[in-house]
Design a protein around this ligand. Structure first.
Ligand code: FES
Ligand code: FES
Length: 173
């Protein structure tokens, strides 16, 4: 056993883990963050995607030891207090969710993309979710949802700038 210390969704986390344990199992079984799904368990479906040090990774392929000192984001940590992340909203609005099993992983891959590329091309979106398998929707609505979230995030940023300049009401920001 060893003591795993890392930053999880913005807060310090510490958990005693068995040698050989994989990150996905620590998140789900020990930290009860079951939003991260476990599908294939061998790096092929993307259901277990989390963001580690700014990069989308398959948490079923990350030995927990490797997460020591890292910064991890899971689907539970992306929404603002009392709200939803623009990606969560756009997935719902665009009908990009059916059974929902792939959705947390899709959203985390998309978030990692948008964090680095606020205006992604369709090709970049396809590439970013290339490791995420969806058995239900096809990918058209998912791509549309990611594009829409990018637009919404941009819009919100512009509103914030206007607000800071005192041109508009800040009531909704
Ligand atoms: S569960 Fe990790 S890639 Fe499938
Ligand atoms: S919505 Fe069912 S697998 Fe994607």
């Amino acid at each position: 056993m060893f003591n795993l210390k890392f930053t999880l969704n913005g807060e310090a986390a510490e958990v005693l883990v068995a040698h050989g344990a994989m990150l996905v199992d620590i998140l789900r079984d020990q930290l009860t963050l079951t939003g991260t799904k476990k599908g294939c368990g061998k790096g092929e479906c993307g259901a277990c995607t989390v963001i580690m040090n700014g990069i989308a990774v398959n948490s079923c392929m990350i030995p927990a030891m490797k997460a020591f000192g890292s910064v991890i984001e899971t689907i539970e940590g992306i929404a603002p207090k009392n709200g939803v992340h623009p990606l969560q909203e756009s997935f719902m609005d665009e009908g990009a969710v059916q059974c929902g099993f792939c959705t947390p992983g899709m959203i985390m891959s998309a978030k990692a993309l948008l964090d680095h590329r606020p205006h992604p091309t369709s090709e970049e979106i396809k590439e970013a979710i290339g490791g995420n398998i969806c058995r239900c929707t096809g990918y058209v609505k998912i791509e549309k949802a990611i594009q829409r979230a990018a637009e919404e995030i941009e819009k919100a940023k512009n509103e914030e700038v206007k607000c800071q300049k005192g041109r508009d009401s800040c009531a909704n920001l």
